[in-house]
Design a protein around this ligand. Structure first.
Ligand code: UDP
Length: 370
């Protein structure tokens, strides 16, 4: 009999498994995929760590999380500075003085602030949705060229029907600073995320290619407690209806050239281009292999966003009102499952970043009576 069965080897499951194992609990962790890591999984192609389920750039202000995760990997000095491509015009992200200069020709912070001030006048009162929030943060020009198309592609919904918190993830700065994140610590684990998660799971019993929901009773009988990190609605067999998720599809190509776009991420912010962004994976590690040699080829992934349907991988919860209400009902059911703990982005239906997921697992561990 295991003390804990953990379902899912993503960052939530891996953190909890590591912590429980460390204090001597008998832990089994399973995953329906044939690899560990969940969506942070990286795979080597042409000497390049390819982020198979989308770009993951670790960033945090949380000292506890940083001290924890750096036990399992060394992080490089990668700083995310995506470029936005709007119909061939290039803008620097997040919204900062370089962006404002390119958009309006303004040079000083005062000029930029005045331009934003003038454009945000059209919004009076508290912004009620993403569109109003965006315009009130950066004005209509930037909203139209850099936010509207991208957001509507990514979420498949009108910006007026999306919650404003999504856009608040992005900093707005009146300085010439292209760092996408306001984070004290940032980087990519040297050697890839898969290796980092494998390090976390050292000594823990892992079973891959096992679908918990297909034989739930068997698995439940094997442990005193279950930690479930899959979609909460799937756990309950969608009995109250399906929660909405966004899924992502990647078209990955190996190119016989050393440099395709000169940056890890280029966002295509117009509505017409079908993909949302192109990731050129080698630039997460400065175009070098682990011995510091330049890599002759490059791997790129075009990212297409779509509405999740059964059989697809869920990536993003759609945290609007309707789904929030439904989630609450599932949460009530979850609270009644005394032997099961629900956690992570899918288990809690929450747009967690990696560091937040790790922190929530650490907090959960600390709250467990041992
Ligand atoms: N966003 C945007 N234009 C961009 C990049 C992001 O409008 O070029 C908005 C968009 O609404 C997106 C949100 O900012 O959903 C959050 O973007 P982030 O890059 O944090 O998303 P993630 O990396 O999690 O996919």
């Amino acid at each position: 009999m295991y003390d804990y069965l953990i379902v899912g080897t993503g960052l939530f499951g891996a953190t909890l498994a590591q912590k429980l194992h460390e204090v001597g609990k008998r832990v089994l962790i399973i995953d329906k995929r044939n690899n560990v890591g969940g969506n942070v999984y990286t795979e080597k192609v042409e000497g390049i760590n390819v982020h198979k389920y989308g770009a993951h750039i670790f960033h945090t202000n949380n000292q506890k999380v940083w001290d924890y995760i750096t036990q399992f990997a060394t992080f490089n000095r990668f700083t995310n500075s995506p470029v936005a491509n709007y119909k061939g015009e290039l803008y620097s992200l997040p919204f900062n003085m370089y962006t404002f200069n390119k958009m309006w020709g303004v040079v000083t912070p005062e000029e930029a602030a005045a331009k934003i001030e003038e454009q945000r006048k059209e919004i009076s009162g508290e912004p009620k949705n993403l569109e109003e929030q965006a315009i009130s943060l950066v004005g209509r020009d930037i909203y139209e060229k850099l936010i509207k198309g991208y957001t509507e592609k990514q979420w498949g919904r009108n910006c007026k029907d999306l919650p404003s918190f999504i856009i608040k993830r992005l900093p707005v700065r009146l300085t010439y600073d292209n760092n996408y994140f306001n984070a004290l610590y940032q980087g990519i684990p040297v050697g890839g995320y898969t290796k980092m998660v494998a390090n976390m799971l050292e000594g823990v019993e892992v079973k891959l290619g096992e679908d918990y929901l297909k034989d739930k009773n068997k698995w439940d009988g094997m442990a005193k407690k279950v930690v479930y990190t899959g979609p909460i609605d799937a756990y309950f067999d969608y009995c109250l209806g399906t929660l909405e998720y966004r899924s992502v599809r990647f078209e990955t190509e190996v190119l016989d050239k050393p440099n395709f776009q000169g940056n890890a991420a280029v966002n295509y912010t117009d509505r017409e281009t079908l993909w949302t962004r192109i990731i050129e994976h080698k630039w997460f590690e400065f175009g070098k292999d682990e011995n510091g040699n330049d890599l002759p080829k490059t791997v790129i992934s075009r990212e297409y966003s779509s509405e999740w349907k059964p059989g697809d991988e869920p990536y993003y919860p759609v945290n609007d009102e309707k789904n929030g209400e439904l989630y609450k009902k599932y949460k009530e059911l979850a609270d009644k499952e005394e032997h099961v703990i629900f956690g992570g982005r899918l288990g809690e239906y929450k747009y967690y970043d990696m560091d937040q997921v790790i922190f929530s697992a650490i907090k959960l561990f600390e709250g467990i009576k041992r």
